[in-house]
Design a protein around this ligand. Sequence first.
Ligand SMILES: Cc1cc2nc3c(=O)[nH]c(=O)nc-3n(C[C@H](O)[C@H](O)[C@H](O)COP(=O)(O)O)c2cc1C
Length: 175
Amino acid sequence: MNSLQMTKTSNSAPPPGVHPTEYRTVLGRFATGVTVMTTVCPQGRRAGVTVSSFNTLSLDPPLVLWSLALKAPSLSVFRDAGRFAVNILAEDQAELALQFARGAEDKFVGVATTEGLGGVPLIQGAVAHIECEMERRDDGGDHELYIGRTVRTHSSDRHPLIFAKGRFGQFTTFS
Ligand SMILES: Cc1cc2nc3c(=O)[nH]c(=O)nc-3n(C[C@H](O)[C@H](O)[C@H](O)COP(=O)(O)O)c2cc1C
C-alpha cells in the first residue's frame, strides 16, 4: 500500500464509482466463516453479536481483528469490556447466528455457555473459541475496529458454518 492509498477514512459520500447497494453485493461475494463475539462488562452485562468481519491479523504476536457497527446497541458493552471471545460457529449453528444478529434484551436465552477468562461466555458446540484481551480500538468509518490479543484457544474437529452471498452454507472440499 502506498502513501496515497493510506488516506484516512472520512464521512464523505462514496466515490461515484461505488454504488452503496452494489458495494454490499460485491462484499457479500467474499465467503467467510461466522462468529459470535461475546463479552461481559464490569457490571456483569453480557453481550453477543454475530460477526463475519473477523479475521486473523498477526501470528506473533497473536492478534485478531473485527469490526462492529457504530449503531449497534451492543457497542457500549464491547467498548467497556477489557476482553472478548470469538466463537467460531459450527455448521449446525445457523439458528444461533440469527439469534445473535437480532436485537434483544437477553440474546443468551436458551444458549448453552461455559465461562471463559474474566467470565466471558463461551458458546458450547462452537468449532473454536479464541479468548482475547482488548488490545486496541480504532476508527473504522461507520464501524469501530477492534484488535484483540489472543490469550487462550480451544478448537474441535467440527465443520464450520459458512456465509456468502447473504446465505449460510456448509464447507465442502474438492476431494
Ligand atoms: C452473517 C452475519 C454477519 C454479520 N457481521 C457483522 C459484522 O461483522 N459487524 C457488525 O457490526 N454487524 C454484523 N452483523 C449484524 C449484527 O449481528 C447485528 O446488527 C446485531 O443485532 C448487532 O448486535 P446488537 O443489536 O446486540 O448490537 C452480521 C449479521 C449476520 C447475520
